[in-house]
Design a protein around this ligand. Structure first.
Ligand code: KG4
Length: 340
């Protein structure tokens, strides 16, 4: 018998709903909130209000694009956390209400697990190759930077994570500091393509194990640009491509050093990436390049599945549904990874 899962994602500033039938994606609708652009970052209160406005039309569009009616859904998977609490409340409450009204189970999903299972989303018109278990996922987003060992669709272990800023935050904060706008990752990525990555050197952290730190490199860039601007107020404008390329290279070096170490130590050579920063073209080509050198089998999710989307929540929920998991209606969302 076919199994149809509706996925709902509302952990940050994207309201998304997706329908998956037997692991195949039928629809994936995303409403990205534009309201934050003027503020240089996501404003939590505005995000929750926008989710409230978006959730009903986004879910109905996902169902109609999939050609599925509400009474055909077998279960609703939703992001329980981590994320912005107000945003998570909207998706969680909606999933609970809809599950109750339709008398079908709801299944909570960890947002990060959605990211590292994104390679398993099957599309009716496309061949896709998913990694073999166990694999290592470099999970890099606006809120997280982690190396995760994924043992099967349900079980995983975080081998290392950032002790301060996430790498996406480093992209965003530095872009803001350089006056390049928000979100910073795509702008820096674009400018970096035109620049010399070896022109400037920024400090790299020395952290033991597989953990990351990105606050030092951010400060190093800040001080360097500030001092140069005192000498030449046009410094930034004249050199922005080289600054972006050098900064991006430093971040990628930091990410790759630990990933290479984790692969060596665990003997795992199946490597995937996930999270918004995995859209970065420099990171993608570097992973492929290192993979060739080191005998890795690398998997790069499609761009549309790298940033926040409900398809990844639906696929993670689908695995949990098949594993017999059901979530009680008294579940509450959680903002932090350590609570879930
Ligand atoms: O996973 P995601 O959509 O959600 C959050 O964790 O919030 O990731 C968003 C992050 C932002 O920091 C954004 O600047 C970054 O992903 N990002 C990129 C690129 N596209 C998005 N970073 C580097 N290069 C990109 N092309």
């Amino acid at each position: 018998m076919s199994e149809i899962i509706l996925g709902i994602e509302s952990s940050c500033d994207d309201t998304s709903a997706a329908v998956i039938k037997d692991g195949y994606l039928l629809s994936n609708v995303i409403a990205s909130q534009q309201v934050h652009k003027d503020y240089g970052g996501v404003v939590p209160e505005l995000a929750s209000r926008a989710h409230e406005l978006n959730i009903v039309p986004v879910v109905s569009q996902a169902l109609s694009k999939a050609g599925v009616t509400a009474d055909e859904i077998d279960a609703i998977a939703f992001t329980r956390g981590p994320g912005l609490l107000g945003s998570l409340i909207v998706g969680t409450s909606f999933a609970k209400a809809m599950g109750l009204a339709l008398d079908i189970p709801i299944i909570m999903v960890n947002h990060l697990q959605g990211h590292f299972l994104a390679d398993f989303i099957k599309q009716p018109d496309k061949e896709n190759e998913a990694p073999e278990f166990p694999y290592l996922c470099l999970l890099v987003s606006g809120g997280n930077s982690q190396i995760v060992r994924v043992d099967d669709p349900i079980h995983y272990e975080i081998l290392g994570q950032t002790i301060d800023d996430a790498v996406g935050e480093a992209f965003d904060k530095c872009s803001k500091m350089l006056g390049l706008g928000y979100p910073g990752g795509p702008v820096i990525d674009r400018l970096a393509k035109e620049g010399n990555p070896d022109r400037f050197k920024f400090a790299k952290p020395r952290i033991p194990g597989y953990d990351y730190s990105f606050s030092g490199v951010k400060t190093s860039l800040l001080y360097y640009v500030r001092d140069e601007m005192l000498r030449d107020p046009q410094f930034m404008e004249k050199n922005k491509e080289d600054i972006c390329a050098s900064f991006q290279k430093t971040l990628i070096d930091i990410l790759l050093d630990k990933l290479i170490k984790a692969s060596k130590d665990t003997g795992i050579n199946q490597i995937t990436i996930g999270g918004g920063v995995s859209a970065n073209s420099g990171l993608r080509s570097r992973i492929v390049e290192e993979g060739k050198k080191r005998g890795w089998k690398t998997y790069l999710p499609e761009f549309k599945f790298t940033t926040d989307n409900a398809a990844m929540i639906a696929i993670a929920g689908y695995f949990r549904y098949k594993n017999g998991e059901r979530t009680s209606l008294d579940v509450a969302p959680v903002s932090r990874m350590s609570d879930f």
